[in-house]
Design a protein around this ligand. Structure first.
Ligand code: GLU
Length: 603
C-alpha cells in the first residue's frame, strides 16, 4: 500500500459489519473460546464423496451442512483452504482426480477471478510460493505487476503536484496473473490448461451464487465503477447483484475461453491485449507513461528463490522482494523470539506491546530500505541477521513505547486473497493474489469481464525513495505468502489479504501456532493487532479492554472500536495428516479428502 492518503476503506467501515455472518462468526469463535479448542465444531474428516457434487452445483453457501466454515478439516490425501467454497470444491476435485497442488492452485485462481472478483483476478498479479516435492526445493512464481517501460519517477506528478489517483491509468500495472498461472502450470503442473480453466468458464457462463461479501463490495464500490463494471455487476433488469442472486459473466467466460485456446498469448497478445491497453489509455493522464500493448506482450514472470530465516526450530520461507511481507514477517518473529514473547499470556498487554514495538521497528526499516531489488540494493541479509535483530529488540521495554509517531494514524488496507494447497505427494502452494484495492481500479475492460488493478499505487507517489516509480519497475508489496519448513518440508502455510495489515495477520497466525501451540484454526481466530511505523493500533474483537487500557497507558494510540485484521487461510501438515482452516470472518472453506479416511493413499 502506498504512503499517501488515497481513499480507502476505513477501519470503521470494516468494523461496522456487525450484521455480517462472517464477522459474527469470527467474534463468536473467539469469544466462545476457540482458542481453547474447536468446541462443538469438532474436527471432522471430510471424504472425497462429500464433495462429489461440487463442480456440478456452482453456487453453494457456507451454511450448507456439507461445508465446514469455522471448523478445522483433517484429511490425508489432499487439502485446500481458500476464501471461497466454490474454489475450494473445484480444487479438491482436481486433487481427487490426481492433479497436484499446483494444478489445484491454478484452478482456484481462475475460479476466484469469476466468483471473488473484488479480491483478485486476471487483471492483477501475485506471488505463488511453491514447494516441489520431487526436487525438494522452494521457488516463487512472481507475477507482480510492472509499471510501463516508459514510466518515470515522475509518474504521479500532475499539475505540479504529486497526486496518486487510484482510478487513473497511471495506477494500472501490467497484469501478471495469467502469465503466473500458465508458467506455474507448465513448470510444475500435471493437468491440461483446459482442465484447469474449464470450471471457471462454466461458472462464468452458467452462473454462481453471489455471497454476502461480494454483494457488499459491489454495493460499496459503484462510485469507481465504469459502465462496463456496472453492467457486469447488474442483473438483466439493471439492478446490482445482491447476496443470493445468480450472477453470470459471459464476457469473462469468453476471455477465459481465449486463454483456454491460446494460453497466455490469448491474454497478452491480440484483441484482449488491445482492449486492455485501450482501457488503460482511456483513464491515463499522460498516455506516454502508462502500460501499452508492447508492455503486455513483453511481460513475463520471474522465478525467485525465497527469502529464508531460521526461527525457533523451523525455517520461515516466503516471497522475497518486491514483497516486503515475508522479510518483515521473519524480522518481527525473530525479534519476538529474542523477547521471549511466549512467556506472556496470549491476551496480555505485554504480548501486544512486544508485537507492536517489533512492528514499529521492522516497518521503519521497510520504509527506509525496501523496494524492487531489480532497481535498489535491499540489504536483506543484514536486516535478517541475528545481531541486527537482537539490537533492534534490545531497547524494547514495558511501560512505554519508543517508536510511534502519534501524529499519524494507521493506513488503510486494500484487498487481496490468500489460499493454500498441499497434495498427497507433499507438494505445497502458498499463494497471495491481488488487484490491490477492493475491486481494483473499478475499471473493467469493456467486453472482457474483468477489472484492472491499481497496483502501481503501491509505489510512493513522490520520487526519491527505494520505492519510487520507474520504468518496468514493480511496486513494493506487503503480501506474505509463507511456508514454515521443518527439516526442509512444509509443515504450515499461511497468508492473508489486507494491505499493510497482511504482515500483522500472517505473523501472528504463525506466532500463535508455534509460540503458543494453538491449533490451526485457533491460530487464526486468536485476536491479533495491527500497526506499522507510524503507530496506532487496530485490534480484533477479543483483545481485552484491560490490555488495551495498559497499551494506552504505555503510550500507544489504540483504536476505540475493533477492526478485522486480515483473512487468513492455513494448512498444517503433521504426522501424515493435513489440517486446513479458513478464516471464519468470511465464508472461506478448507476442503480435504481421504481416499481411505484417516490413511495415506498409496499411489
Ligand atoms: N497491493 C497490496 C500489496 O501488494 C495488496 C493489496 C492489499 O491487500 O492492500 O501489498
Amino acid at each position: 500500500m502506498s504512503r499517501d492518503d488515497t481513499p480507502r476503506r476505513t477501519a470503521g467501515q470494516a468494523g461496522e459489519r456487525t450484521t455480517s455472518s462472517g464477522l459474527r462468526r469470527r467474534a463468536f469463535l473467539s469469544s466462545a473460546g476457540v482458542a481453547a479448542g474447536a468446541l462443538a465444531f469438532g474436527t471432522p474428516t471430510v471424504t472425497a464423496d462429500d464433495y462429489q457434487p461440487v463442480t456440478d452445483v456452482p453456487g453453494f453457501s457456507c451454511d450448507d451442512p456439507q461445508f465446514t466454515c469455522g471448523r478445522e478439516v483433517t484429511a490425508a490425501d489432499g487439502m485446500v483452504s481458500t476464501v471461497d467454497p466454490i474454489a475450494s470444491g473445484v480444487a479438491a476435485q482436481i486433487l481427487r482426480e490426481g492433479g497436484n497442488a499446483i494444478d489445484a492452485a491454478v484452478a482456484i485462481q481462475y475460479v476466484l477471478t469469476v466468483t471473488q472478483p473484488h479480491g483478485s483476478g486476471i487483471g492483477g498479479g501475485g506471488f505463488m510460493v511453491v514447494y516441489d516435492a520431487d526436487s525438494d526445493t522452494v521457488e516463487c512464481v512472481n507475477s507482480r505487476e510492472r509499471a510501463s517501460q516508459t514510466a518515470s519517477p515522475e509518474l504521479y506528478r500532475h499539475d505540479g503536484e504529486y497526486d496518486q489517483d487510484i482510478e487513473t491509468g497511471e495506477a494500472m500495472g501490467t497484469p501478471g496473473t495469467v502469465k503466473g498461472l500458465e508458467t506455474a502450470r507448465e513448470r510444475y503442473g500435471s493437468c491440461s490448461r483446459q482442465r484447469l480453466i474449464d470450471p471457471a468458464i462454466r461458472l462464468a457462463r452458467d452462473g454462481f451464487t453471489v455471497d454476502w461479501f461480494l454483494a457488499e463490495e459491489i454495493a460499496e464500490n459503484t462510485d469507481k465503477f465504469n459502465d462496463a463494471a456496472i453492467e457486469t455487476y447488474s442483473d438483466d433488469r439493471g439492478n446490482l447483484y445482491e447476496e443470493g442472486d445468480t450472477m453470470t459473466n459471459p464476457d469473462l467466460a469468453d476471455t477465459l475461453e481465449c486463454i483456454r485456446r491460446r494460453g497466455a498469448d490469448g491474454f497478452y497478445e491480440g484483441a484482449v491485449a488491445a482492449d486492455i491497453a485501450a482501457t488503460i489509455r482511456e483513464y491515463a493522464r499522460d498516455p506516454d507513461q502508462v502500460v501499452d500493448e508492447d508492455d503486455l506482450s513483453t511481460y513475463d514472470v520471474t522465478i525467485d528463490d525465497p527469502v529464508r530465516k531460521e526461527w525457533r526450530d523451523v525455517e520461515l520461507v516466503g516471497q522475497p522482494m518486491p514483497s516486503s511481507g515475508p522479510t518483515v514477517v521473519a524480522m518481527v518473529l525473530r525479534m519476538l523470539e529474542f523477547l521471549d514473547i511466549e512467556e506472556y499470556d496470549v491476551r496480555s498487554a505485554e504480548k501486544y506491546h512486544l508485537i507492536a514495538e517489533s512492528i514499529y521497528s521492522a516497518w521503519a526499516d521497510r520504509m527506509e530500505y525496501m523496494g524492487d531489488d531489480e532497481f535498489v540494493d535491499v540489504p536483506v541479509d543484514a536486516l535478517l541477521s541475528d545481531d541486527y535483530l537482537q539490537s533492534r529488540a534490545d531497547p524494547i521495554e514495558f511501560g512505554g513505547t519508543v517508536f510511534p509517531d502519534d501524529e499519524m494514524g494507521p493506513g488503510q488496507p486494500g484487498e487481496t486473497t490468500h489460499f493454500s494447497v498441499i497434495d498427497k505427494w507433499g507438494n505445497a502452494v502458498s499463494y497471495t493474489s491481488t488487484i490491490e484495492q477492493f475491486m481494483g481500479s473499478g475499471k473493467m475492460v469493456p467486453g472482457r469481464g474483468f477489472l484492472l488493478n491499481n497496483e502501481l499505487t503501491d509505489f510512493d507517489a513522490e520520487p526519491g525513495g527505494p520505492n519510487e516509480p520507474d520504468a518496468w519497475k514493480r511496486p513494493l508489496s506487503s503480501m506474505s505468502p509463507m511456508m514454515v519448513l521443518r527439516d526442509g518440508r512444509p509443515e504450515f502455510t499461511a497468508g492473508s489479504p489486507g494491505g499493510w495489515a497482511i504482515v500483522s495477520a500472517t505473523f501472528q497466525t504463525i506466532l500463535h501456532r508455534y509460540a503458543y501451540g494453538l491449533s490451526p484454526l485457533e491460530s487464526i481466530t486468536e485476536p491479533s493487532i495491527y500497526t506499522h511505523h507510524m503507530g496506532g493500533i487496530e485490534w480484533d474483537e477479543g483483545v481485552p479492554q484491560e490490555a488495551r487500557d495498559t497499551l494506552a497507558d504505555w503510550g500507544h494510540e489504540v483504536d476505540d472500536e475493533p477492526s478485522e485484521i486480515g483473512n487468513v487461510q492455513v494448512i498444517a501438515s503433521e504426522d501424515g495428516l493435513l489440517t486446513g482452516a479458513a478464516d471464519p470472518n468470511r465464508d472461506g472453506q478448507a476442503v480435504g479428502f481421504d481416499r481411505e479416511p484417516g490413511t495415506n493413499g498409496d499411489d
